[in-house]
Design a binder for this molecule. Sequence first.
Ligand code: SER
Length: 607
Amino acid sequence: MTITDVRKRYLDFFAKRGHVIIPSAPILPENDPTTLFTSSGMQPLVPYLLGQPHPEGSRLANSQMSFRAGDIEEVGDNRHTTFFEMLGNWSLGDYFKQEQLPWIYEFLTQELKLPKNRIWVTCFAGDDSLGLPKDTDSAEIWKKIGVPEDRILFYDAKKNWWSRSGTPDKMPTGEPGGPDSEVFFDFQTQHDTTFGETCHPNCDCGRFLEIGNSVFMEYLKKSDGSFSKLPKRNVDFGGGLERLTAATRDNPDVFLIDAFDSARKAIEQRSGKLYNEEKATRSFRIILDHSRAATFMLASGIRPSNTEQGYVLRRLIRRSILEVDRLGIKSAILAEVAKNYTEVYSNQYPFILKTSDVIRLELEKEEMQFRKTLAHGLRELEKMGNNIDVFTLFTTYGFPVELTKEIAMERGITLDITALTTKMEEHQALSRAGAVQKFAGGLADHSEQTVRYHTTHHILLKALQMVLGPEVHQRGSNITSERLRIDFSYGQKMTPEQKADVEKIVNEKIAQEFPVTRTIMSKEEAEKLGAEHEFGANYPDQVSVYAVGPKDSTETNPKFSEAFSIEFCGGPHVSNTRELGEGGKHFKILKEEATAAGIRRIKAVLE
Ligand code: SER
């Protein structure tokens, strides 16, 4: 089958069973500053899994564009990709295991016609120390629908528990998760004993491929480390479209499915090498995966840069070019490879075809620049003679460490790898710290003006609650030195009077010269104070809380009961609201608009 067949059969199957087919969310998450990319179908649905009613009902399904940056280094084997489509179906407090497992089995064996004797399943073995029971219910259901007992296996939380942050111990307070039941396809290939004595579904030798995962999301992590039940039991199923398609072809190599055909042929033609030549396969796979991911990212508006999503995109492009080089292709090719993807995906994702010119131009530009960087770095490397400084080559000239290592090896030069590792770790820790800071508050930078807007943002949220009602909560924020942006839950367009009222309150608070204080306290204490926090966000046990006002409040004696606004927040903020009005500035709403069902967005400035 083709990916189009499999996708259609899946969505039709679940539509027939009462599911509303929702569109794929963008790969660039909206209103979620905690993550760079959408990496699973459930991610945009977290608020609904936590209990908020979804406007489309309690049975949903889709095919979600997903990207997992954590898998970049894994790409090269027959099954890992960074970008993939995840077929997903959800029950939001509707059906549970009894419906889900038989449906998935029916879909796999009757719609996709996978032979029953090639299907293995796994269930959660339970964890006594956390009070999480063994999932015998799922095992019983599998048995009843005909999966033989010796193909139903139990694994611990490392394998059969799912949450966005992994195993139960890694989950932050407030995070939902649950036991899962995975389905594996047995390609019946020879076991490779370097992966262990005996083969089993979770063995990495390549015989088994995980093709679907039903998560029974019914738990919530509590601040004391234990679990409580969510208000409703949910099902979160995810299955990789590429892997499911590979199973229908009874070939474990996902790069041989139709989606990659034309791109693979283009690389074969330009390199004069075949995909299945032993030395070429890995390079082919990296180029095929990375250029497809880059195509989707560019189409989604991401541009190569040195920060965040743009950095990941740049890394994908550069890694592809190194492999292109390895295949002996010496001139630009990525735009040509990408063109094949814009055609393959034009029906399902028309926005890709619409942006094909931009994709081509950006790829050509980036490839040309990187080839220049490589040439420049190579000249610098030559100047260094036998004392190759890998770190400087990388940090100053952008010359890839991998490549330096290869060249050194070819020339028989030994590199000081220990020193390099230490330096690289320091370098990475610094960049990571930068990224974490930035996402902590949805702040673009920590310039004075951005900080002013951040404090204004707190005052604005409170003013919105006063004017529109206490049920208004923040759903996202983005603050730069130019303006602030807040997304909040509210169902209607604001009237001109409401906007004027909000502006008036904010300007009053600026004029009242309220001190802004920061206090560290336990999450529980902060919740008791009614401190505002972003829905679905994860907070540690100790949190930092910012309060605006009252007039005589101080860091040592913050008078919370009289405060105008109290919020969970990492800061930074101004120390007095007077700073927001410096230079005679006033708060002004520039725009108020809808961004999603029940979510409004305000852009505002101090001018
Ligand atoms: N969230 C689960 C996964 O990503 C199932 O959709 O595997």
